[in-house]
Design a protein around this ligand. Structure first.
Ligand SMILES: Nc1ncnc2c1ncn2[C@@H]1O[C@H](COP(=O)(O)OP(=O)(O)OP(=O)(O)O)[C@@H](O)[C@H]1O
Ligand SMILES: [Mg+2]
Length: 382
């Protein structure tokens, strides 16, 4: 079974019943962009249960270079899993880092809300995914870093001779500090760059009189982003960018004994966190459900704007079920903000009237029904 869709330059609205296959289309675009699903880490779950394989092909046109590319991802069942093959214009691309981000997409799903309230590891992944799309070196750095953490931990737990242990640890720590400092710096820079647009977008999506979380008609709550490192907490000072490598290395060395006892590496970017605050209060505990949504959307919008500024082309925005999640006023404000910021945008909804696009804006409405895509209907509000 197969389906094909032409995406408009602006908005495409996929609508249909629950389980019709709307999110599936977003997942397909996301897969070509990032080589993974946002729903599952099991590639074989992307293949129809009764089929030997599946593939997604995406034809993209770059207006700046006036060229088109065909990107595709194939999945073939192998044992309990599935093998993934990515190609560009018919040529297999073996390295994931080389394929990632050829098509840039920014995704919002209702599940993103869990990031705000969930564990730090979810937020680290959230930051890294933003960076993966901008800088391939970040993909290889995080892979190498994780490997070094595992190696250092293995040595810490291993009964090798003390001199051999010290030598091995020193080697791993040098690598961890060097790569760790780069990961740390990229995250800090990205957050500081997104910080102002994030506050502005939050005020735009959420802000209106009476929305002050303290109640009443006070000023709109101020949303802020901050990078929190275990290391700076312990040292009780900020570490400037040029000192991050050395500080991380000497701290790793100093903590060998402690880390050995606990059997793991206790400082470094794999232990850090992203702190989102509303008027100085941690949003994870403090924000209402609607505010949490607006915060995550504001972050995604800022990501979109900054990627657009960086590359000259706005990424494809994938919005899963967002309108039914917001109240009508905020939904309208979000869509108005999107009209000015987004390039191509694919939205899903159970009924088209949930997506109240501003007047004069054209959208292509496509009905999704039991895995098939209907004819596009162009709609425009006067
Ligand atoms: N591996 C698979 N093989 C066959 N069907 C699958 C597989 N994985 C998911 N499905 C089915 O695909 C369908 C499409 O799901 P999808 O999440 O795209 O629906 P949706 O239109 O977004 O629904 P909702 O409005 O509830 O979010 C679901 O019915 C789901 O059970
Ligand atoms: Mg869905």
């Amino acid at each position: 079974m197969s389906a094909e869709i032409d995406l408009q330059a602006g908005f495409t609205v996929l609508w249909g019943h629950n389980g019709a296959g709307k999110t599936n289309v977003l997942e397909a675009v996301y897969l070509v962009s990032t080589l993974r699903s946002f729903r599952t880490s099991d590639t074989s779950a992307l293949v129809r249960w009764d089929a030997p394989g599946a593939s997604v092909e995406l034809k993209a046109f770059d207006p700046k270079l006036d060229t088109s590319t065909t990107l595709s991802v194939r999945m073939d069942r192998r044992g309990n899993g599935a093998r993934r093959t990515a190609s560009a214009d018919g040529k297999v691309v073996r390295s994931a880092a080389q394929f990632y981000g050829r098509i840039k997409a920014v995704l919002f799903t209702p599940e993103d809300l869990a990031v705000l309230r969930g564990s730090p590891s979810g937020r680290r992944q959230f930051m890294d995914r933003v960076l993966f799309a901008r800088d391939r070196a970040h993909i290889t750095d995080t892979q190498a870093y994780e490997k070094l953490v595992r190696s250092r931990n293995a040595v810490l737990r291993d009964p090798v001779s003390p001199t051999q242990k010290a030598d091995l640890l020193a080697t791993y720590e040098t690598g961890l500090a060097e790569i760790g400092a780069r990961i740390w710096s990229r995250r800090v820079e990205m957050l500081s760059e997104l910080s102002d647009p994030f506050a502005t977008n939050f005020a735009r999506i959420h802000g209106q009189r009476g929305s002050n979380p303290k109640g009443g008609d006070g000023p709109v709550a101020k949303a802020t982003l901050r990078y929190a490192t275990k290391l700076e907490e312990k040292l009780e000072r900020e570490v400037p960018a040029e000192e991050r490598n050395d500080t991380l290395r000497s701290e790793l060395e100093r903590r060998r004994f402690d880390d050995e006892r606990r059997g793991g590496t206790s400082v470094g970017p794999h232990r850090d966190d992203l702190i989102v605050e509303l008027d100085g209060q941690p949003a994870g505990e403090f924000a209402s459900q609607g505010q949490a949504r607006a915060l995550v959307l504001a972050f995604k919008l800022s990501e979109l704007e900054s990627t657009a500024a960086l590359t000259g082309v706005p990424p494809i925005l994938l919005l899963d079920d967002v309108s039914s999640e917001l109240d009508p006023t905020r939904s309208a404000m979000l869509l108005e903000t999107l009209v000015s910021a987004a390039g191509q945008c694919i939205l899903t909804t159970t009924a088209p009237h949930f997506v109240a696009l501003p007047g004069g804006v054209e959208a292509s409405l496509v009905q999704v029904d039991r895995g098939t895509l209907g004819e596009a209907v162009i709609a425009r509000k006067p």
